[in-house]
Design a protein around this ligand. Structure first.
Ligand code: SF4
Length: 420
């Protein structure tokens, strides 16, 4: 099989791995003339699959042969798909060629499991090692690791890769047992724990010039919608992983129905907006001080698909608003819909020097329509503008309306009816 055919098969097979960010790693480049590549410059080439996933052009599987039979996976042993396998040298050559053409920012390499987890891991590591040692490649490398592989092999992977990851796949051990009986929840969790220890140890020993270990940390991926697991289950697992193993990212991947699927799987994909809402909620957990139980709980275990989770929380907690933009603590400002972390920091700095007015928000390009009902300033009180009523949700997410061909569409209803 020629290389371009292999590339077509194995790049396509890798598109279900939703992790192509290279943030958070150490800054390296080769502008000093030594080596090749950079983790900081441009040259990132992403493409979007028709179902909205962001895929890096050189996101590859080493092979899509696999001895496992995870029911949700298109590459499972019993799947009837064309198979291919790269050699280590082929992946190295492709990476260098693509990098030189500025198509990619680095390599994301995963693999189906061939022969044994150990053997597979050795092959994946060989690619990264060759890139680093023989080609002095300084670009970003993300390696998928296999939890059943030995501790030494996982340590070796972290030595050459910027980021390592182990897919937890499903939010609960019951789900995993049902859909991927050859995988083991506690083995995955244990391997993540060991990676975390290695990362911590490498940071502690950095001053002694010890070799780095996965400086961009570890990440994982969960499939959404393949089982009845709720958003509460998913976010609870994500929250636990962030706390216990200090993961850099949890990626959420909406389940895509696959050909010849098992009867255990749903026939239709979940709405992509569910994946989007989970990412938004995940952001709130990591950067905005929210706890999982504030966003979803046993009584309402699903995120509101109609509005983003921060707005949904604010609408449920109207009694906490409006907050005084000039006096509220930073933690409360972070909970105002429409204010991001950077904007909150700018506002906290600015209000030291002068009282903030609503016009200042407009000047900072903050959406008054979104923020107006939730803040007060010296010249703005949402009560005066009727923005404190109970119908805010309808204003932010009006029910869809089928327009007639012959009537003008109604102008967008403005939440803010007063003068600015
Ligand atoms: S081990 Fe990975 S590649 Fe193999 S069937 Fe399971 S999910 Fe697919």
């Amino acid at each position: 099989m020629d290389l371009s055919r292999k590339l077509a098969i194995l790049a396509d097979a890798a598109k279900y791995d939703a992790s192509c960010a290279s943030s958070g790693t150490t800054r390296r480049d080769s502008r000093d003339g030594k080596g090749l590549g950079s983790t900081t410059g441009s040259g990132i080439c992403h493409s979007y699959t028709p179902d909205g996933r962001c895929v890096s052009l050189l996101k590859l599987l080493l092979t899509n042969y696999c001895i496992y039979d995870c029911l949700y996976c298109i590459n499972r042993r019993s799947s009837n798909v064309p198979r291919a396998r790269f050699t280590v040298d082929e992946v190295v050559r492709l990476t260098i060629d693509f990098y030189r053409r500025n198509y990619i920012e680095g390599l994301f390499l995963s693999s189906g499991i061939i022969r044994t987890p150990e053997y597979t891991m050795e092959q994946v590591i060989a690619v990264a090692k060759k890139l680093r040692t023989e080609h002095h490649f300084r670009g970003y490398i993300h390696l998928k690791t296999i939890p059943e592989a030995s501790v030494d092999l996982i340590a070796e992977a972290g030595r050459w890769a910027d980021r390592v990851s182990i897919n937890i796949e499903l939010p609960t051990s019951v789900d995993l047992e049902r859909l991927a009986p050859q995988k083991n929840f506690s083995a995955i969790d244990g391997a993540m724990g060991r990676i975390r220890q290695r990362i911590d140890a490498a940071k502690d020993e950095a001053q002694f010039k010890a070799p780095p270990f996965a400086p961009a940390g570890q990440s994982t991926q969960m499939i959404v919608g393949a089982t009845p697991a709720t958003d509460a289950d998913i976010l609870s697992q994500a929250s636990s992983l962030y706390q216990r193993h200090r993961l850099k990212r949890v990626y959420y991947s909406a389940f895509s129905p696959i050909p010849d699927a098992s009867s255990h799987l749903p026939l239709v994909a979940p709405p992509l907006v569910r994946e989007h809402r989970l990412y938004q909620a995940d952001w709130l957990l990591r950067f905005y001080g929210f706890e999982q139980k504030e966003l979803v709980d046993p009584q309402s275990p699903l995120l509101d698909l109609g509005v983003d989770p921060k707005l949904a929380w604010a609408l449920k907690n109207r009694h906490l608003f409006p907050v005084d933009l000039n006096k509220a603590p930073r933690a409360l400002l972070l909970r105002v819909p429409g204010l991001g972390v950077r904007m909150v920091d700018r506002l906290v700095t600015a209000r030291r020097w002068q009282a903030l007015r609503i016009q200042d928000l407009a000047r900072l390009r903050v959406s008054i329509k979104k923020v107006g009902p939730f803040v007060e300033t010296t010249d703005h009180n949402p009560r005066h503008y009727g923005l404190d009523d109970d119908n805010l949700r309808a204003r932010f997410a009006p029910p869809p309306e089928q327009l007639s061909l012959f009537t003008d569409s109604a102008p967008e209803a403005s939440v803010y009816s007063g003068e600015l």
